[in-house]
Design a protein. Structure first.
Length: 386
């Protein structure tokens, strides 16, 4: 029964280009697009920013400040029209630099070309350049720096003095997910898996409209048996989908996007996790399928909820730049739990996090299947009375 149902559902999906697009083409396209979009490093973005430094009088300290700004990765320009940022130094800047500058006396004009998410980093780098300049002036003032040396040599000495890397022993407990593929691949694998809601909803609607659900009562099987068979068939299809997306995401996407390869630390745990994720995705899908009665409802409710959950789960905007309220909401999303499980399998010694999210997914799946079964029975009863 399960194999026959699986064959039927597979033939229906394979004959529908829209279902193939939703289950495979769409998530793969998003993997590539988001990986390419996120592959532009912040250093590259900083390198495109042009800064103009204005001062009432030219001075060695002004030139030094420009040099330190360039060290942070920015470009220096003298053209107002080309400048993304204009730093206006106050009158008497050279004399007041160490002790006489008043609060908010340096005007930092940030243009509209600097997006809000980049502004904190830009401001921090401008501040860092100014801190080096103050150190430069202080060392000249106390005689630790030879003012007869060329400016470039003075700046080199300041850089050596300000370099504190040698004092730190960095111990990274968990592998940071800095590669764009490590962020986008898990997200869009899960996005594709949870979009099984549309094929399931469409199948149920078709069976509702062609009378299959009504004729179900004439078959020598119970509603529970039919429900279990259909769930099993779609779970098997989702498992195949998960395998295909995994192979594409882990082995092909890094090559196409010229990103570092992805390593799964525990394939056995990854496989078990994928099965639980597949079950949770289908549980969610059957709840929606039992609620909708038309294709329009399936698209709006099923597709809409899936996109909204993906948005609040950090698939489209990284979680680290979301407001705190959004990260709190994401903590209740099954898509977020699922994506975090996949990401955690890429990090060694992260089993505790994986098990905590898998527990949530198992509870979510159990509750969803109970609700779906109840709604499915009610749907069939209403059809029999109509």
């Amino acid at each position: 029964m399960i194999l026959n149902s699986l064959k039927k559902e597979a033939l229906i999906i394979l004959s529908d280009i829209h279902s193939i697009g939703v289950l495979l083409i769409l998530p793969v396209a998003f993997m590539l697009i988001m990986t390419f979009a996120m592959s532009g490093q912040s250093e590259d973005a900083i390198g495109k920013i042009k800064i103009k430094v204005t001062s009432t009088t030219p001075h060695l300290y002004v030139d030094a400040y420009k040099e330190y700004i360039q060290q942070q990765g920015f470009q220096i320009t003298a053209n107002d029209a080309l400048a993304d940022i204009i730093i206006a130094l106050p009158d008497g800047f050279e004399e007041k630099l160490l002790t006489g500058l008043s609060a908010k006396s340096i005007l930092l004009n940030i243009g509209t070309s600097i997006i809000p998410s980049m502004q904190p980093m830009v401001i921090q780098l401008v501040h860092a350049a100014f801190s080096k300049l103050r150190l430069h002036v202080y060392m000249l003032d106390v005689g630790d720096l030879d003012e007869q040396k060329p400016l470039t040599e003075q700046i080199t000495e300041i850089d050596n003095s300000a370099n504190v890397k040698q004092y730190f022993l960095i111990n990274v407990i968990d592998q940071p997910l800095t590669s764009p593929t490590l962020y986008s691949v898990p997200s869009w694998i899960i996005f594709g898996i949870y979009f099984i809601v549309l094929p399931i909803s469409i199948t149920v609607i078709n069976e509702q409209q062609n009378g299959t659900l009504i004729r179900l009562k004439t078959f020598p099987i119970s509603t529970s048996h039919y429900f279990f068979t259909k769930v099993s068939a779609f779970c098997l299809l989702s498992t195949v989908q998960f395998i295909v997306l995994t192979l594409i995401g882990i082995f092909i996407v890094p090559i196409l996007t010229a990103q570092p390869p992805i390593a799964v630390n525990n394939w056995a745990l990854y496989f078990v996790s994928s099965l639980i994720i597949v079950v949770s995705a289908n549980a969610f899908a059957f709840v929606i399928a039992a609620l909708v009665n038309s294709y329009e409802q399936a698209i709006v409710l099923g597709g809409g909820i899936n996109i909204l959950l993906a948005a609040i789960s950090g698939f489209m905007v990284p979680m680290n730049i979301m407001p705190e309220i959004m990260t709190t909401i994401a903590g209740w999303s099954p898509l977020y739990w699922s994506a975090e499980v996949i990401r955690a399998t890429f990090v060694e010694n992260n089993n505790e996090l994986i098990f905590s999210y898998l527990t949530k997914l198992i509870i979510f799946s159990a509750v969803s299947f109970i609700v779906a079964k109840y709604l499915f029975v009610i749907k069939i009863r209403k059809l029999m009375w109509n």
